[in-house]
Design a protein around this ligand. Structure first.
Ligand code: PEP
Length: 257
């Protein structure tokens, strides 16, 4: 299904200032071009810090790079007295396609609850951005609830009130696998991916579930991406650390080609 064209998404986190972002996007685009990547069978997206977005937009536009981009977070509000926050309207005005919502670092370091994540998902949808909704269990939750319960509950909570037919992406990122070098097995990613797809069917519709891309994230590298992409319910990856190295990220992105 074309709607499920694999998505390889690079979350830069709080790395790269706006000048460094230009160098990184250029190097990534040239590396992909050298490898004859044309973006038809795989979509590649980068998620730089807010302060880089204007530079990244200008560069991608000017060079007609086949790269998508988005932000790492947004405010649940449209505008107003929310010092330091960024509206989805501003992101849309910068031609962002995507916005990450509910990354485990936001949940853990900024106390984002399922309710906050849901409000942000609704704000993204309202402004025409595709939310990349991050779900995943901590090590303690894994021991207490097993593999799928927490990601499924987080998916349902995030999608409350989202209209049927809304494009969304869900990224399964076990918290214990983020930035740790510990990686889930492809079989676990498949098991949770299938459970998340069933949750999307329940929250939205069967058609939406069939069209929704479900990503795996957590210590993805060029050496382990293939096993994940072979799984029927894994439609790409959300990549943190390895997305800062353009050669390595391009190698991950080229894999399904
Ligand atoms: C992430 O932060 O979304 C992530 C998956 O990080 P890493 O690839 O570094 O584990």
């Amino acid at each position: 299904i074309d709607a499920r064209r694999p998505l390889i998404a690079g979350n830069w986190k709080m790395n790269m200032d706006h000048l460094q972002s230009i160098a990184l996007v250029q190097k990534l685009a040239w590396t992909l071009k050298d490898a004859k990547f044309d973006g038809t069978s795989v979509e590649v997206a980068v998620f730089p810090p807010f302060t880089d977005l204007r530079s990244v937009q200008t560069l991608i536009d000017a060079e007609r790079f086949t790269l998508a981009f988005g932000a790492q977070d947004l405010s649940p509000h449209d505008s107003g007295a929310y010092t330091g926050d960024i509206s989805g309207a501003f992101l849309k005005a910068l031609s962002c396609t995507y916005v990450i919502v509910g990354h485990s670092e936001r949940r853990q370091l900024h106390g984002e609850t399922d309710e906050v994540v849901n409000a942000k998902v609704l704000a993204a949808v309202k402004h025409g951005l595709v939310p990349v909704i991050c779900v995943g269990e901590t090590e303690a939750e894994l021991e207490e609830h097993g593999t799928s319960a927490v990601p499924v509950a987080q998916t349902k909570a995030a999608l409350a009130g989202v209209p049927v037919g809304t494009p969304v992406v869900v990224a399964y990122e076990p918290v214990w696998a983020i930035g740790t070098g510990k990686v889930a097995t492809p079989e676990t990613a498949q098991e949770v991916g299938a459970a998340i797809r069933a949750a999307v069917a329940e929250a939205l519709s069967a058609d939406d579930a069939a069209a929704t891309r479900i990503l795996y994230g957590g210590s993805v590298k060029s050496g382990n991406i293939a096993g994940f992409l072979r799984q029927p319910d894994v439609d790409g990856a959300l990549v943190g650390g390895a997305s800062l190295d353009p050669t390595e990220f391009a190698a991950i992105a080229r894999f399904p080609d």
